[in-house]
Design a protein around this ligand. Structure first.
Ligand code: AMP
Ligand code: TRP
Length: 338
């Protein structure tokens, strides 16, 4: 989809290119939901905007407490993003904790954010269920840090999957609250979705997610991808091979839309029972393997040279430093910090 320029873009200083920002958790290598739901838009927007992308390790600490794993996963996610099409010549990629100003701004934004807004955040309620023994304060304040990530660069557009819609709405509310109290400072960021805003996992029910364990790891070895696609739950109402299929209710058929122009023909084969679910899965697996083969090659090449990844990340953090400093100076002044 083409992003429309929001009115709030007008609040950027004159001569500054429109900025797009997104953050991604260092949860290891990227999965199909990340790519179809968000990363494709990161790649597209880097040609249209000043594009800033961040691996959010501070956010990850709200659920991950293994230092070695966090370090490894951060580099893995950087390699995945670069392999999937982020180009350090056309965008800026860095690690959140390399720009600690994000946390300073998060504190300042916390003072204009009612606790009740945070308590009603859907992800906070979910985390309370999923990690009842570790309901740390970071989980509650997570969306404030997310708002700080975006507004420290005065970004107008935020490419994300649909699961982030509530967080983005909260970011907008925090911006309005700040601007009301201290004067127009930040543009209201707007979410940008792809045509696959929620990718369902291999279980056919829940959103694809590493923590659920229902992912298709797009940069994994071909046999891993084949196994994951083969495990997919299809149309549960189609019992016999001769039963007509219902592509609208089949996750495998839904995913065919993104891997070839012939999906309507394929769906017709399903509806008339000319093809079976197993045939569809085999075809989808081979198409996913073929589609991501060049990215996998780039990923392996990068992982063989971790120093190159680290250089790109360090250069990214340097590049955004003056932008973060400029916003912090303005905010400190407006809030009366001396
Ligand atoms: P995360 O791994 O949760 O940091 O997600 C990174 C980006 O991928 C965010 O913009 C998410 O909204 C998006 N995303 C994650 N899982 C999915 C999914 N199953 N479908 C669509 N987008 C997703
Ligand atoms: N909360 C996002 C996720 O779980 C990650 C994130 C952190 C983010 N900061 C952000 C996304 C800023 C967009 C903009 O996927």
């Amino acid at each position: 989809m083409t992003a429309t320029v929001p009115d709030s873009a007008a609040k950027l200083p004159e001569g500054v290119a429109l900025r797009t920002f997104s953050g991604i958790q260092p949860s290891g290598v990227a999965h199909l939901g990340n790519d179809l739901g968000a990363i494709r838009n990161y790649v597209r927007l880097q040609d249209e905007y000043e594009a800033i992308y961040c691996i959010v390790d501070y956010h990850a600490l709200t659920s991950t407490h293994d230092p070695q794993l966090l370090r490894t996963n951060t580099r893995d996610m950087a390699a995945s993003l670069l392999a999937l099409g982020l180009d350090p010549e056309r965008c800026t990629l860095f690690v959140q904790s390399h720009r600690p100003e994000h946390t300073e701004l998060a504190w300042l934004l916390a003072t204009v954010t009612p606790v009740s807004w945070l308590e009603r955040t859907p992800t906070y309620k979910e985390k309370r269920e999923s990690q009842p023994d570790d309901i740390n304060h970071g989980l509650l304040t997570y969306p404030v840090l997310q708002a700080a990530d975006i507004v420290i660069y005065k970004a107008s557009l935020v490419p994300v999957g649909k699961d982030q819609a509530a967080h983005l709405e909260l970011s907008r509310e925090i911006v309005r609250s700040f601007n009301n109290r201290y004067g127009e400072t930040f543009p209201e960021p707007q979410a940008v979705f792809t045509d696959a805003p929620t990718v369902i996992g291999t279980d056919g029910v829940r959103k694809m997610s590493k923590s659920v364990g229902n992912t298709i790891e797009v940069l994994a070895a071909p046999d891993v991808i084949r196994k994951q696609v083969t495990s997919m739950v299809t149309d549960t109402q189609r019992i016999l091979r001769t039963d007509p299929g219902r592509p609208e209710g089949c996750n495998v058929c839904q995913l065919q839309r993104f891997f070839g122009d012939d999906y309507e023909e394929l769906w017709d084969g399903e509806r008339t029972a000319r093809t079976g679910c197993v045939d569809m899965k085999r075809l989808l697996a081979e198409r996913i393997v073929a589609h991501y083969a060049p990215a996998r090659e780039r990923y392996l090449e990068l992982m063989a040279h971790p120093e190159r990844i680290d250089e790109i990340l360090a250069a990214g953090a340097e590049r955004v430093a003056p932008w973060a400093a400029e916003t912090m100076a303005e905010v400190r002044e407006k809030m009366g910090l001396r």
